[in-house]
Design a protein around this ligand. Structure first.
Ligand SMILES: O=P(O)(O)OC[C@H]1O[C@@H](O)[C@H](O)[C@@H]1O
Length: 280
């Protein structure tokens, strides 16, 4: 039987199919409400941008409504997994936030959960039957626009394994390894090491999963410039850009992201819209 799709974040339609119609609104006290308007005739796929506990609330009540209509919950597609960076307890007294989200999502009872460019191996391990889609097709789209005559830059050890896989997928673009240190107590960036003597004016593409405030990439760009990098490009799957673009713009020739977190327009940014292909 053909799947039916419910795009819970109505501005975000990453895959095609027969859409389930619904109405949603928030009561004045802030409580979400939903009404499913279509008949349920096939297995259901939900796509949702799950950036906060409010988004999670809407998902939970939507699933309740669907279960009351005897829906078969085939798949949940949430490209950006919330709190994925809080995947370990660094200091006594901190929560393991990613597990809080994962436990709730596991309870919903989907056959599979699909996420994009997982921050680490922790999130897929916590989710039942998780498909973790890589960033390979996204980065392939990026190099399709800027060419392959460049070096791929991995900002830190966490991104290293992934970037070698991207490089292999793209036919062996050279990787430059870097490491990043943070103050464990404050979380503030302490510095970068770039493991090459000279970049010889070669263009560089920094590849990472998330750009939040951008401090990582601004700091790394400074170090790469000191090593004689040519043009600098940035590709991050999940574009939060919580501190805007002013400081990033002066560091990068161009920035690339997807719309997994939010819709963005900015003159120095290309947002590649997620679709069936990028999520497979
Ligand atoms: O420096 P900002 O943009 O705030 O944070 C993004 C970085 O923080 C990491 O966990 C991400 O993987 C990325 O390397």
């Amino acid at each position: 039987m053909k799947n039916q799709i419910i795009n819970l974040d109505q501005n975000f339609k990453p895959i095609d199919g027969d859409e389930i119609q619904f109405e949603s609104f928030t009561f004045s006290a802030g409580e979400p409400h939903i009404k499913i308007k279509s008949d349920i005739v096939g297995p259901v796929i939900i796509t949702h941008r799950l950036n906060s506990f409010n988004d999670l609330g809407l998902l939970c009540i939507a699933v309740d409504a669907l279960k009351r209509m005897h829906a078969e919950l085939e798949e949940l597609i949430i490209p950006y997994f919330p709190s994925a960076r809080q995947d370990r307890v660094m200091i006594k007294g901190e929560p393991l936030s990613v597990k809080v989200y994962a436990d709730i999502i596991n309870q919903l009872g989907f056959k599979t959960v699909r996420i994009l460019d997982a921050h680490s191996e922790v999130t897929p391990a916590l989710l039942n039957n998780c498909t973790a889609v890589t960033n390979h097709l996204f980065i392939q789209s990026v190099v399709g626009k800027i060419g392959t005559d460049l070096k791929l830059i991995s900002p830190d050890g966490g991104a290293l394994k992934k970037i070698y896989k991207v490089s292999e997928f793209l036919g062996g673009i050279e990787v430059v390894e870097c490491s990043k240190s943070r103050d464990v107590k404050t979380g503030k960036l302490a510095g970068f090491k770039v493991y090459t003597d000279d970049l010889n004016n070669q263009d560089c593409l920094i590849v990472d999963d998330i750009c939040d405030g951008g401090g990582t990439f601004i700091g790394l760009a400074e170090v790469l410039k000191k090593k004689n990098a040519g043009k600098l490009y940035l590709a991050v799957t999940h574009g939060i850009f919580s501190k805007g673009f002013d400081n990033l713009d002066s560091c990068f020739e161009h920035i690339f992201t997807t719309n997994s977190f939010k819709d963005l327009t900015h003159e120095n940014l290309t947002q590649i819209k997620l679709n069936d292909r990028l999520l497979s």
